[in-house]
Write a protein that binds this ligand. Structure first.
Ligand code: AHR
Length: 633
C-alpha cells in the first residue's frame, strides 16, 4: 500500500514551479512565434537579397522583361541600414519574389496585413503584390498605386488568399518605366495572439498559455552569450520602433548537428518589450537572462576584462529601469512610449548562461554586489554549468555556497534512463545552499533516422523525474523543459516541446506531461510514501502529492514505468476526501510512439471518474502511464 499523509510539511509549492524557457532556436522567433511572413523584410541580412529572388531582372530575364533592384545604404542608417532602389526599364515590368521562412504559410479566406514603405517614385504606375502557391498560381492579390513623393510613406493593403498554402511565396510586380525606392516589406496574419498588429502567432501562444506557466525565461540559452561578444544578445537593441531594431546573426545560424541554417538571423521583432508583454499575458513572472561578459564557451569563449565590465552591469540596471522604473526615467519612459506605462513587476534576473570556471564567478560577483546594493528586491539567478566532463554541476557548488547565491540554473539533457535514475536527485541536496532553477532539461532517447524524437519513452521518464522535482519543492523553485519550439523544416536541436510548421503546431507527449504538472501544481506539498519511503522507482513507481488550498483538492501524480498494469491501494492518512474524484491518464502502447502532424492526438490525456472508499483509494495504473488523481477534500 501507498500512504498519503496529509500532515502539514510546511513546504509551499512556488507559483513559479512550472514555467517555460523561450529561446530563438529552431526558428522559434523569426519564422516561428513572431508572425512575420517575409524573410529579410528590410534587406538587412549580410547578403541583402537573401530570401529574395529576381527571375526577370536585367541580368536573368529570358523574355525581355527588365529591371533591377539595387541594394542601397541609407545615409546615417542606424538599425535599418538599407533599402532597395528598383528600376524598371523599357516600359516593361520587374518582379521580386520573397520565399518566406521555408515558404509562406497562408490559410484560405484568412486576412493578411501587407505593408511596405516607398519613396522617390519616378514613373512606376503600379505595384502588384500576389501570394503564389507552389505551382506559382496566384491565390491572392492586391494592387498598390504609388504616388509621387520624395519622403518614405507606408502603404498598406489586405491580402485574402482563396486557398490554403503551406509553402507559398510573395511576388511583387512593378509596372511602368522609371524607378522607386522600397523598404520594410511586411506581411502578417490579422489573426495574431490578442489581435496585436505585427504580433505573435496565435496558435503557438495559445499552446504556451495552455501550460499555465509560472515564469517565462528568455531570450536564451546560448544566444544570450553569442558566438563572440560582438554578437551577444543586447536587449537595448531589441526595444523601440520595430523597424529600427538592428538585425543580428543568430547564434544557431550554424550546422548543428546536421541542419544548416545559413539564413537564420534575429530581426528582434520579438524583443524584450514583447517578451515582458508575453509574460504578462501568460500570467507568468518574466525571467530575463543577461550576458555576463563571456561569449559562449562552446564557441570563442571571448572574455570582457573585469575592468571593462561596467557597460554589462549597466545593462542590468537599465533593464530594471525599463521593466519596473518610473515613467519619468529614461528607460521607464521608453516602456511607456511602447504602450506599457505600468511597470512589468520584474522580480528575477539571470546572469550568464552555461558559464563556468573562476572567470564566471569573478564576473557574477560584480553583478551580484551592485544588484544587491541598488535592487535588493530583485532575485539574481546564477549559472554554474554544464561542465566539460559531461557530468555537470558538481564543480562550482562550493563557490555558489560561498557567494550565497539565491538560485542556481541547472541544465541537463540526458537519456531517459538517467531521468529515471535521478528521480531522487534533489533528495540529498543541501537545504542551506542555493535554491534550484532546473532551467533546461529534456530526456533524449536514442535517435531514429537521425532525429531524436519526442517519444513516449522520453516523456514518461520526464514525468517520473518531475515527481522528484515536486517532492523537493522546498529546494526546487523553478523548472522548465528545453528547447520549447522547433520548426519542422528548420530545426537545429531535437527533441523540443512544441513542433510547428507554417500552418500548424503539434504538442508533443512531453508537452502533455508538462501541461498535466503545470495545471495541477497545488499549493502545499504533502507526503506520498511506501514503507515510509518516497517513491523513486520501487516497483517502477514514482509519485508526489500536493494539496491545492484554493480549490480544496488533494492531487497525486503517480507514474508507472512498468510494462504491465499495476493496482495500488492508497491509504489516506489524516483527511477524508469526497468519494468521487478523477484520474487523468496519459499513456501509450509503445515507447517509440510520438505525436505527429498527421496524428497530433496520438498521446493525449484521458479523464476517468474514480471513487474513494472511506480512507482508501484503489487505483488501476495502466502500463507506462502518468496518472494525475484528484479528490476534493
Ligand atoms: O536549449 C538549447 C541550448 O542548450 C541552450 O541554448 C543552451 O543553454 C544549452 O546548451
Amino acid at each position: 500500500d501507498l500512504v498519503v499523509d496529509f500532515s502539514d510539511t510546511g513546504i509551499v509549492i512556488q507559483p513559479t514551479m512550472y514555467g517555460v524557457f523561450f529561446e530563438d532556436i529552431n526558428f522559434g522567433a523569426d519564422g516561428g512565434i513572431y508572425a512575420e511572413l517575409i524573410k529579410n523584410r528590410s534587406f538587412e541580412f549580410p547578403n541583402p537579397k537573401m530570401g529574395w529572388h529576381e527571375p526577370n531582372s536585367v541580368r536573368y530575364s529570358l523574355n525581355g522583361d527588365s529591371g533591377f533592384a539595387k541594394v542601397t545604404d541609407y545615409v546615417n542608417g542606424k538599425g535599418n541600414k538599407r533599402y532597395v532602389h528598383v528600376m524598371v526599364e523599357n516600359d516593361q515590368r520587374y518582379e521580386l519574389y520573397n520565399e518566406g521562412f521555408r515558404g509562406i504559410g497562408v490559410k484560405a479566406d484568412a486576412k493578411y496585413d501587407l505593408s511596405l514603405s516607398l519613396a522617390k517614385n519616378k514613373g512606376i504606375t503600379q505595384i502588384s503584390v500576389a501570394l503564389l502557391d507552389t505551382t506559382n498560381t496566384v491565390v491572392g492579390q492586391t494592387n498598390i498605386i504609388p504616388k509621387e513623393h520624395e519622403e518614405w510613406q507606408t502603404y498598406t493593403a489586405t491580402l485574402q488568399p482563396n486557398k490554403t498554402v503551406a509553402k507559398g511565396k510573395l511576388k511583387i510586380t512593378f509596372s511602368g518605366k522609371g524607378s522607386i525606392d522600397m523598404d520594410l516589406v511586411s506581411l502578417f496574419p490579422q489573426e495574431t495572439w490578442k489581435g496585436r498588429k505585427k504580433g505573435l502567432r496565435k496558435d503557438l501562444v495559445t499552446l504556451l498559455d495552455g501550460l499555465n506557466p509560472g515564469f517565462v525565461r528568455f531570450p536564451g540559452g546560448c544566444i544570450v552569450e553569442g558566438m563572440n561578444l560582438d554578437n551577444r544578445y543586447q536587449w537595448k537593441k531589441t526595444v523601440g520602433a520595430w523597424d529600427e531594431r538592428e538585425l543580428m546573426i543568430n547564434r544557431w545560424n550554424i550546422e548543428f548537428p546536421n541542419k544548416n541554417a545559413p539564413d537564420y538571423f534575429q530581426s528582434f521583432g520579438l524583443g524584450f518589450f514583447e517578451y515582458f508583454q508575453l509574460s504578462e499575458d501568460l500570467g507568468a513572472e518574466p525571467l530575463p537572462i543577461l550576458g555576463c561578459g563571456m561569449a559562449c564557451q562552446f564557441n570563442s569563449g571571448e572574455l570582457v576584462p573585469l575592468e571593462d565590465l561596467d557597460p554589462y552591469v549597466q545593462d542590468a540596471l537599465d533593464l530594471i529601469e525599463f521593466a519596473n522604473g518610473s515613467t519619468n526615467t529614461k528607460w521607464g519612459s521608453l516602456r511607456k512610449e511602447m504602450g506599457h506605462p505600468e511597470p512589468f513587476q520584474m522580480k528575477y534576473i539571470g546572469i550568464g548562461n552555461e558559464q563556468w570556471g573562476p572567470e564566471y564567478f569573478e564576473r557574477y560577483k560584480v553583478f551580484a554586489a551592485i544588484l544587491a546594493e541598488k535592487h535588493p528586491e530583485i532575485t539574481v539567478v546564477s549559472t554554474p554549468g554544464p561542465f566539460p566532463d559531461g557530468d555537470m554541476f558538481e564543480y562550482g557548488w562550493e563557490q555558489l555556497n560561498e557567494l550565497d547565491v539565491a538560485l542556481v540554473d541547472e541544465h541537463y539533457y540526458k537519456s531517459p534512463e538517467w531521468f529515471l535514475e535521478n528521480a531522487d536527485r534533489y533528495d540529498s541536496y543541501d537545504r542551506n545552499g542555493p535554491k534550484v532553477f532546473a532551467g533546461e532539461y529534456a530526456a533524449h532517447p536514442k535517435d531514429k533516422d537521425g532525429i531524436v524524437e519526442n517519444n513516449w519513452q522520453a516523456a514518461l521518464a520526464e514525468a517520473a523525474f518531475m515527481t522528484g522535482l515536486e517532492r523537493n519543492a522546498d529546494l526546487v523553485h523553478l523548472t522548465s523543459y528545453a528547447p520549447l519550439m522547433a520548426h519542422a523544416d528548420a530545426w537545429q536541436w531535437a527533441p523540443d516541446l512544441i513542433w510547428f510548421n507554417n500552418l500548424e503546431a503539434v504538442p508533443t507527449p512531453n508537452y502533455q506531461v508538462q501541461k498535466l504538472f503545470s495545471n495541477n501544481p497545488g499549493t502545499n506539498l504533502i507526503g506520498i510514501t511506501k514503507n515510509d519511503k518516497p517513491l523513486t522507482g520501487q516497483n517502477n513507481l514514482y509519485a508526489s502529492a500536493v494539496i491545492d488550498s484554493s480549490t480544496q483538492e488533494v492531487i497525486f501524480k503517480i507514474v508507472n514505468t512498468a510494462s504491465q498494469a499495476q493496482e495500488v491501494n492508497i491509504k489516506l492518512k489524516g483527511q477524508d476526501v469526497v468519494a468521487k474524484g478523477t484520474k487523468t491518464v496519459l499513456t501509450s502502447d509503445g515507447l517509440e510512439e510520438i505525436n505527429s502532424f498527421e496524428n497530433p492526438n496520438n498521446i493525449v490525456p484521458q479523464v476517468e471518474e474514480i471513487t474513494a472508499k472511506e480512507d482508501m483509494v484503489q487505483l488501476q495504473l495502466a502500463p507506462r502511464s502518468l496518472n494525475v488523481v484528484k479528490f476534493k477534500i
